[in-house]
Design a protein around this ligand. Structure first.
Ligand SMILES: [Ca+2]
Length: 209
């Protein structure tokens, strides 16, 4: 691999680490939040990640804004509508890079070696083609339920373009990944080429060519 590419990957890895650190700072400030009145769930709230994912997205983005100054963040921009592949765009004080973040929720008990949905593959391709230098990260907020409380326990950040195995799920048209934080550095162009190839193998690429 040419050294300028290796250097670029190193720079990106360092940027990702800084983003992770800033987000952890914010998650520590939040700590936990109350989902609803306990009188409404006398048997206790069942710990289901899907049921709170939409709330976690909003809690995280709004607190990234609230604590941005103390956590080294310069700007948090929200997308124009919620039909996009990310929840916010982050810019750190020490960096020029605008980093797109897709917030996801997972329970501490979940086996993260299994595959989960990242995004609709066709929408991802559109986003990467609009912005060839895109840095799109998935931020998995690992939470625990304590009855009506949701506690922030951990954070796993990874670059979508660097998922080790580009897996296209033909049943729901999503790019899927394991969520254990493993990464394989590659260019965005290479990532899109592989993803298109996987869609093509599933017979789903016809309307792109
Ligand atoms: Ca999200």
């Amino acid at each position: 691999m040419p050294s300028e590419i290796t250097n670029k990957y190193k720079e990106t890895s360092e940027e990702i680490e800084r983003i992770e650190k800033a987000m952890k700072c914010v998650l520590n400030k939040i700590g936990e939040f109350k989902v609803l009145d306990e009188k409404l769930v006398p048997e206790g709230l069942k710990p289901i990640a899907r049921s709170i994912a939409w709330l976690v997205d909003q809690v995280v983005v709004q607190n990234l804004k609230k604590y941005k100054d103390v956590c080294g963040i310069e700007e948090v921009e929200e997308p124009p509508h919620d039909l996009v592949q990310y929840d916010c765009i982050l810019k750190l004080k020490e960096d020029d890079i605008e980093c797109f973040i897709n917030v996801k929720t997972s329970l501490t008990a979940t086996d993260r070696t299994g595959r989960f949905d990242i995004s609709k593959a066709d929408k991802l391709i559109e986003l990467y083609e609009e912005r060839p230098d895109l840095l799109l990260l998935v931020a998995i907020i690992v939470v625990d339920f304590d009855n009506i409380f949701v506690k922030f326990e951990d954070l796993i950040v990874f670059n979508v373009a660097w998922v080790p195995e580009v897996y296209y799920n033909r049943a729901n048209h999503n790019l899927q990944s394991r969520a254990n934080g493993m990464q394989t550095p590659r260019s965005n162009q290479e990532f899109i080429r592989i993803l298109k190839q996987k869609m093509d193998e599933a017979g789903h690429l016809a309307h792109y060519s």
